[in-house]
Design a protein around this ligand. Sequence first.
Ligand code: GRF
Length: 204
Amino acid sequence: MPKVNLGILASGRGSNLQAIIDAVNKGELNVNITAVVSDNERAYALDRARANNIPAYFVNPKEFGAKDQYEAQVVKILQDAKVNLVALAGYMRLIGPTLLEAFPNRVLNIHPALLPSFPGLQGQKQALDYGVKYSGCTVHFVDAGMDTGPIIAQAVVPVLDEDNEETLALRILTEEHKLYPQALKLYAEGKISIEGRKVKVIIE
Ligand code: GRF
């Protein structure tokens, strides 16, 4: 299987991006990160990319009349960078058909809850407010819905009585930083197959 060229889309602090960069630098994840794209000029994720000599791009959604035009520009950057797998890492936009059709079954996301519970914004707060005893994070393929695509991997953390949003988010984030590189590694090694809604991990 040819080496994966990974493109990462991020809108904010980019701690998951950093975890992926670290895994690559440690030799734990064998991919090339060929582009980091953000819709937010001030995203710390862009600084992290530049600090690691990864091409970093800001695409301003306000410069485009419609979502598909904005996404076409993002797709162009990714294709120019020879990206063949896209990872969303704190990317705060719903992915539209332009991006999905350019990368069919090749867009991954990490969500800070155990999907299908608590999709959308503030997954950690939703879990706390609901009163669940366990939450966690989910890496999944992206489809047209909001956090609805086939699930690749999940990690579970307890929700403690004394938790607030910050403490729970931090406990989940620690797991995110392990789970995302692990899931990307499975993909990069060609060990993932999708059968309908189900993702199977091929064990040799
Ligand atoms: C993470 O909690 C991730 O699960 C969610 O957005 C947050 C991004 O954090 N999709 P970071 O930018 O990777 O630090």
